[in-house]
Design a protein around this ligand. Structure first.
Ligand code: PDD
Length: 276
């Protein structure tokens, strides 16, 4: 596979990062993950806007203009002949002798990879099991940083118990998934946590807002509790790679009798129509 390193396209085997890169030492960097469907990047613009915001919030100077980064991502997709799959890229604050405060005159480092993933319509909607987990992360979850240890520990806990996602909560309030946003459906209304510093404002989350609007499904951005989650008519997660995925079971509790719900199916169909 060909990977992106700064402005170069090189063999995966040849790619090396500096052992004093701040991404490696501090998790000091940001990232985005994008889907490619039939050779086209899905929702590119909002992803790049979010990247710019993450950079701004961390005072991280991007190594190239956004337009140039987009060009390079497109070239990476071409060079790998990727028709369907994921592009991952990250930008770190670069390599410098280790000290916590920002180095001066150190260029940021961008790297990128792709992974093929066929979108199998016949298998959808599948749905997943989830577990509940304490949200132990920091208070700037709105920034898409490389610092994902709280997310990683929660996902591992889910994985170890045979579940696909950990739904995080701070005390009684549900925030989001370890790598997804969480929606509930109650009496025909979609409910999801507001976009503040407790969650990542998912691009798929915002795309679902658009789909809901087109289909006249009411939506409320408000806090909801673990009890409301477990009592919901439907629960689903959204993310770039999971799209809209029903949650059929949370710990020992079945949601909607363990079947995808009516609104979930409508959203999944609408999603398919936009992607095809
Ligand atoms: N995760 N919340 C968290 C904590 C996430 O990590 C993600 C995405 C989302 C959903 O965001 P979006 O719809 O923009 O993908 C919400 C990516 C896919 C990842 O870490 O691989």
């Amino acid at each position: 596979a060909i990977v992106l390193y700064q402005d170069q396209f090189i063999d995966r085997d040849q790619a090396k990062v500096d052992i004093e890169d701040r991404g490696y030492q501090f998790g000091d960097g940001i990232y985005e993950a994008l889907m490619v469907y039939s050779g086209r990047i899905f929702l590119l613009e909002p992803h790049m806007k979010r990247l710019e915001r993450s950079a701004r919030e961390l005072d991280l100077a991007l190594p190239y203009s956004t337009d140039h980064i987009i060009e390079n991502i497109k070239k990476l997709i071409e060079l790998n002949h990727l028709d369907d799959g994921v592009v991952y890229f990250q930008i770190t604050r670069g390599a410098a002798a280790r000290q916590h405060f920002f180095p001066e005159n150190t260029p940021a480092v961008i790297t990128g990879t792709v992974a093929g993933k066929i979108r199998d319509l016949s298998k959808r909607p599948q749905g997943i099991k989830a577990i509940l987990a304490d949200d132990i992360r920091w208070l700037r979850c709105d920034i898409k940083t490389l610092n994902l240890l709280g997310n990683v520990l929660a996902k591992q806990k889910a994985h170890a118990s045979g579940a696909g996602e950990a739904i995080l909560h701070r005390e009684a309030i549900v925030t989001e998934g370890s790598s997804s946003n969480v929606f509930i459906v109650k009496d025909g209304t979609l409910v999801t946590h507001p976009a503040d510093h407790y969650i990542l404002n998912g691009i798929t989350r915002l795309f679902v807002f658009d789909l809901a609007k087109k289909m006249n499904i009411p939506l409320a951005q408000r806090e909801f509790t673990v009890d409301e989650l477990l009592d919901a008519d439907e629960v689903f997660i959204t993310s770039t790679s999971n799209e809209v995925n029903p949650v059929l079971q949370i710990d020992d509790r079945l949601i909607n009798g363990g079947e995808p719900g009516r609104i979930e199916k409508k959203l999944i169909d609408a999603y398919d129509a936009e992607v095809e």
